[in-house]
Write a protein that binds this ligand. Structure first.
Ligand code: ADP
Ligand code: MG
Length: 199
């Protein structure tokens, strides 16, 4: 079974005075674990709209999105919450790190919010940050990092709950070409380890 399947997905944004704008239509595509998939299109072509639908951030669409064979629309609020928290890891172009928190606390925020024990939380966080080559940076604040380091922190944060799917919306949009290829290598590795990475 495919981990993610979209069938006839269509997204209309509702505008003022009952007008609508169709951002996506006739989307039929499926994805497997272990794939690194790039969705390519010019600005305004609907890439972020698609990411938001897959990520369960926007439920106002028609058609079907199946997650491991289960219709996302059948998810109750609690299931949808769990899906966003545990099944999906989000990575953004602008990193979206919390400036007041240390690198380690940024990475473990998802565990903090689910009241995980301090020791377990820090162990998992340090493990991931070490894997991403940031062991020496854990006590820094995000502003003290380079762009590539910030994005690696964001990737560690996305991985903390061991999700099946990583959604990365223009993850290299703010990075230079050398750093871009480093981040792409990391995303490739994550896919090789068995996750679905959609970029
Ligand atoms: P991309 O990420 O590929 O640049 P988006 O998914 O952000 O594209 O946007 C797709 C289209 O939907 C664009 O034409 C954009 O103007 C429109 N759009 C995005 N968000 C909204 C919204 N909240 N209301 C109305 N139109 C929107
Ligand atoms: Mg976009």
């Amino acid at each position: 079974m495919k981990i993610l399947e979209l069938i006839d997905v269509k997204k209309d944004y509702k505008l003022a005075n009952k007008e609508k704008f169709t951002a996506l239509s006739d989307i039929n595509v499926s994805f497997d674990k272990g794939e690194l998939v790039s969705i390519v299109g010019e600005s305004g072509s609907g890439k972020s709209t698609l990411m938001n639908l897959i990520g369960g951030l926007d439920s106002d669409y028609s058609g079907t999105i199946n997650i491991s064979g289960k219709d996302l629309k059948s998810f109750k609020d609690k299931d949808l919450d769990d899906y966003r928290k545990k099944k999906i890891g989000f990575v953004f172009q602008s990193f979206n790190l919390i400036p007041q928190l240390s690198v380690l606390d940024n990475v473990t925020i998802g565990l903090t919010l689910s009241n995980e024990k301090e020791s377990i939380k820090n162990k998992k966080g340090i493990e991931l940050l070490t894997k991403l080559g940031l062991k020496d940076q854990i006590h820094k604040k995000p502003t003290q990092l380079s762009g590539g380091q910030k994005q690696r922190v964001a990737i560690a944060r996305a991985l903390i709950n061991n999700p099946d799917i990583i959604l990365a919306d223009e993850p290299t949009g703010a990075l230079d070409s050398t750093t871009t290829s480093q981040i792409l290598d990391i995303l490739k590795e994550i896919a090789d380890e068995g996750k679905l990475v959609i970029m």
